[in-house]
Every structure is written in C-alpha cells, then in structure tokens.
Design a protein around this ligand. Structure first.
Ligand code: FAD
Ligand code: SIN
Length: 537
C-alpha cells in the first residue's frame, strides 16, 4: 500500500491532523490506522476538559505562568507561549466541528478549575469531555472521502533506511521514515505501507503500571518504535500519577474521579477522616498533581493503607449531578452514594509527559516523521503536566504538523533522500514462524513488568529501587526478545515488547536525573539541580 499521508492513531491528535489535511488536499489520500476500534483512545476517556483562556479575568500570562509552575520550571517557555496563545483558536475549530461544551444560564461557557490553575478556564462537556471531542472529530473525519480509517491494524515498526540495508545508528543524522509494517488483525498478515509523511499519534503508556487510568491501548507503542528506529526520546521519567483514581481492587483500568471535582470543593481526607493537604501545600487540594499524589502516597504509607478518601458530601447536589453525572452513576453502581459516603481513591499512572522529542513544528528527529499528542515531548509540560493541557497541546501540534507538511508539499520540499528508494523496501521478514506455545509466558511477563514499574519506579524512587528495576527489566527484555525471534508476531507480544522498552526508558531517565523535580522524586537526591536539563535517550 502507498499513501501520501499516514496517521497512526485515531485520538484527538491523529484525527485533527487527518481532517485538516483531507480538507486542504481533497485529491490526496490520508490513511488513519488504529489498533483497536477507532474510538478506543485515551482521548475518549478524558473527563475534566480542555484548558484555554476564555474570559477577561484570565490572561495568557496567567495560563503560561500556571503551566511553567506546574512543570517545575522545566517547560520550554517558547513552546508554552505557542500552546497557550494558539490554543484558543484551535478550541474554536473543534467547536465549529460540533464539539459541545457546557454553558451557564447566561450562555457563557461554564468554566471548570483543576489543580495548579489560578483561574477557572477548563471547558468541559459534563464529566465526559473526551468522549464528546472524539465524537465530534470522528463525525468530521467521516465527511472526508479521502480519509481512510483502518481499524484493528497494529503498527509493529517504522520502516527506515535500515530496512534497505543501510547502517542506522543514534548518530545518523538523516534517519528517514519510509512507512510502516503493520499487522492487519482482520487477515493476520503483516502489511507494508509506504508513506510520504507519517504522523505518530499513538498516545500514552499508562499500561506500564499496575494501577492506571489509561485504557488497554495505552502501551507506548509509538515511543518504543521510534526508540528502536534510533530516534530521540526525551524526559520519560516524568510519569504523571493522577491523585484520585477510584480505588476498586482487581478493576483495571481504574475509573477516574476528575480533578474538577476538587475544583468544585471536594476535599481529600486520610483514614482518620482528617483533611491533610494543608500540611503539604498552601494550595491544598488544588496543588499541582505531583504534590497531591505524593501527599496521598505519604498518608497511605503512614497509615499502611491502599487508599485515602475524597469527601464530596458537602457539595451542592444539583450542581454536582449536572456537571458530574457519570461519576455519580459509577459510584452509585458500586454502592457509594457520594453525598453520604466518602469515596476511596488512590493515585494511578495517568499521563506520560515525555516521549518522542519534537520541535515546534512537531517534527521528530527522524525525517518525514512527525509526532503529536501524548506520545510527543514538545517541551510544554516540563517536569509535570498542568491538568487539561494535554488535549490543548494535541490540537496545537496536530495543527502545526499540518502547517509544516503543507509547506513542504507546496514547495516541493518533501525530504526524499535520493539513496532511499521506498520501492525497494522488502516485505516483512518474519523471523519466527510458530505461534507462541504458551500465552501464559506473555501474560506473566506483562504482570511482572507492571509490578516492577509500580514497586520500584513509582511516585517515590530511590537509587537502589531503580537499579533493581533495571536488573529485572534486563531479564524480561532478553526473555521477550527470544520469544519475539522465535514466534509469529501478535499484538500481545508486541505490546509486551513495547512496554518493556517504555519501562527501560522511564527507569533509565530516572537514573540519569540526579535531582527531584516535578513528577520525578528520588529520596537519594531530594534537591533540585541548578542546571535545567532534559534527559534524551
Ligand atoms: P490517544 O487518544 O490515546 O489515541 C492513541 C491512538 O493510537 C489510538 O487510536 C490507538 O489505537 C492508536 N495506537 C496506539 N498504538 C498503536 C499501534 N501500535 N498501531 C496502531 N494504532 C495504535 N487530558 C486533558 O487535557 N484533559 C482531561 O480532562 C483529561 N482527562 C483524562 C482522563 C483519563 C481517564 C485519561 C486516561 C486521560 C486524560 N487526559 C486528559 C489525557 C488525554 O486524554 C490524552 O493525553 C490525549 O487524549 C491523548 O490523545 P492522543 O491523540 O495523543 O492519543
Ligand atoms: C481530570 O479530569 O482530572 C484529568 C484531567 C487531565 O488529566 O488533564
């Protein structure tokens, strides 16, 4: 198969790019590939909303400051400026596509507030904002006949000149993406898709941890593929744990209790029923997430418990039911009437702040490969993401990738290296030919991986825990590579392999960072370095 534009991922980032490109070039084909049903994305599960400066009491400067403070001063100020200022126009575009955000009785947008925000600036659709955005984008995408949505097609690897027999190392300056190999789950065949431009929009990697808010698709495939292709990966140690996932033993992924509930006044309490956040930060329950998650972790460890409580009992019932009907229904479903009972909550892996290193036009270090959305590290989030900034970032960088690719195409500057003739790309060379004899080996290794990452590379880290994690990951890596070489490719095996790479990148980044900053907290290095540094692997 050959296409002008290949988009991997059907969440907010991938669909936004595809829609814009399809509109601009009605004669060109845009393929959007997704490994599951098209709507099964992290995007679909976003609750709180999308941050933007909407009224006069707010300002770009305030949103910029909040982002930089939450990011513990590691964000790239130029990128923060771009996202905050351009973001409002991008939100207006999805409103024009039909995304419906809640309004107040005066017809103004009803803005929510979350941790780290100094103003009410979160647009939302009840407590199911992501579902509404995904719906609007999919219905818009369906209007463009030149967008071909291919579901249940698992991208296994990027094709670079390595597949043509050229040596590619980390220091190769012109690594070029020529397309992908993908396992078509309808036919069980590996297909080769050659593309002019490839957009990676593969989302997050929360599945590397035992407790996560991320759906099953969030296995860091894009980041792992770029790492294997020798592209640059940045700041993977900054994994954000959401403070308030519903504590339900044995249930995975964890159901999120949006931070917007704390924005409306809900209070965290420990086992003794005491509100504890004021001990940790003057912003109390609305401190940035890294601080709240660490405070909860500390309270749980002191009491020897696996959860704390969120208290909503004092909140206005009518207002709550209007804004958070889904959360109310979920709690009722498991026997918690949140106007009478406390909600048990615990932190869960939620968001990857690092990822594929990109520039201000979403270009990765690999030619003709762009990355946007959660799989990218744009420089916006620094050491910790400000709540509801990720949907915004995805819109802004999908748009910037679009602008950049338009410029390349219109000026006939698409970087096709003369040596790398994509017509010579070989078919997939299946190294292994037998089905894995024991699926249990894959499921067991997956369990081990999550355990290692949760126990040793979680909210609080130490040097010895990181070293131990690395030893365990080494073993898992070599066992899984052996399995990969001898078996036919399956999504389960690929996801395991990718998550082991993600585990390695998180742990390696954490080992290199000899300080505690934002989401990375190492008790052996409690202070902050005076040198601001991004860890690039
Ligand atoms: P996704 O929406 O995750 O899409 C990834 C796509 O890539 C999927 O289609 C997937 O199938 C595809 N894919 C992945 N690997 C492969 C492969 N190997 N082959 C083929 N396809 C592949 N952010 C906010 O700003 N505000 C919020 O309120 C908010 N709430 C959240 C609540 C929850 C519960 C979660 C989990 C996240 C939340 N976030 C929120 C974060 C935000 O939703 C995500 O960062 C964002 O939606 C990511 O969008 P994306 O387009 O990058 O990726
Ligand atoms: C939430 O609704 O609390 C999640 C918001 C986010 O992750 O940005």
């Amino acid at each position: 198969m050959k296409t002008d534009f290949l988009v991997i991922g059907s969440g907010i980032a991938g669909l936004t790019y595809a829609i814009k490109t399809a509109k601009k070039y009605p004669e060109k084909k845009i393929i959007v590939i997704t490994k599951a049903n098209v709507e099964e994305t992290n995007t679909k599960y976003a609750q709180g909303g999308i941050a933007g400066v909407w009224n006069d009491s707010d300002s770009f400067e305030k949103h910029i400051d909040d982002t930089i403070i939450a990011g513990d001063h590691l964000s790239n100020p130029e990128i923060v400026d771009i996202v905050v200022r351009e973001g409002v126009e991008r939100i207006k575009e999805i409103i024009a596509y039909g995304a419906d955000f809640d309004k107040d009785e005066n017809g103004n947008y009803a803005l929510g507030r979350e941790g780290g925000h100094s103003e009410f600036r979160i647009l939302h659709h009840k407590d199911v904002t992501g579902n509404e955005i995904e719906r609007a984008l999919l219905s818009q995408a369906e209007k463009h006949q030149n967008i071909e949505l291919i579901n249940h097609c698992f991208v296994v690897d990027l094709i670079t000149q390595h597949h043509l027999g050229f040596l590619v190392t980390k220091s190769t300056t012109d690594i070029t993406c020529l397309g992908i190999y993908a396992l078509n789950l309808h036919t069980n065949q590996i297909e080769k898709i050659i593309s002019g431009i490839t957009i990676l929009a593969t989302g997050g990697c929360g599945q590397a941890y035992r407790a996560t808010t991320n759906p099953l698709i969030a296995t860091g495939d894009g980041v792992a593929m770029v790492y294997r292709a020798k592209g640059k990966i940045e700041n993977m140690e900054f994994i954000q744990f959401h403070p308030t996932a519903l504590y339900e033993p044995g249930v995975s992924p964890s159901f999120l209790i949006t931070e917007a509930v704390r924005g409306e006044g809900a209070v965290l309490r420990n086992h003794a029923g005491i509100a504890f956040m004021e001990k940790y930060d003057e912003r109390k329950d609305l401190a940035p997430r890294d601080i709240v998650a660490r405070a909860i972790d500390s309270e749980m460890k002191k009491a020897g418990t696996e959860f704390v409580y969120l208290d909503c009992r004092h909140l206005d019932k009518e207002k709550f039911l209007h804004h958070f009907p889904n959360i109310y229904a979920k709690c009722m479903d498991i026997g918690i009437d949140l106007f009478k009972n406390l909600i048990p909550v615990a932190p869960a892996a939620h968001y990857s702040c690092g990822g594929v290193k990109t520039d201000s036009w979403a270009q990765s270090s690999i030619l003709n490969l762009y990355a946007c959305g959660e799989c990218a590290s744009t420089g916006l989030h620094g050491a910790n993401r400000l709540a509801s900034n990720s949907l915004l970032e995805a819109l802004v960088f999908a748009h910037r990738a679009f602008l950049h690719t338009v410029q390349l195409i219109d000026n006939d500057q698409l970087n096709q290296h003369p040596l790398y003739d994509s017509s010579l790309v070989p078919d997939w060379n299946a190294s292994g030919t037998t089905d894995p004899k024991e699926m249990i080996l894959i499921t067991q290794s997956m369990k081990e991986l999550k355990q290692v990452m949760s126990d040793y590379v979680g909210i609080v880290r130490t040097d010895v825990r990181l070293l131990r994690a690395m030893h365990r990951l080494d073993l898992l890596f070599s066992e899984t590579e052996d399995l990969y070489k001898s078996s036919t490719v399956s999504p389960q095996l690929c996801e395991l392999r990718n998550l082991i790479t993600i585990g390695y990148l998180i742990t390696k980044g954490a080992q290199f960072r000899k300080e505690s900053r934002g989401l990375h907290f190492n008790t052996d290095h409690p202070g902050k370095s005076t040198v601001l540094q991004n860890i690039i692997l």
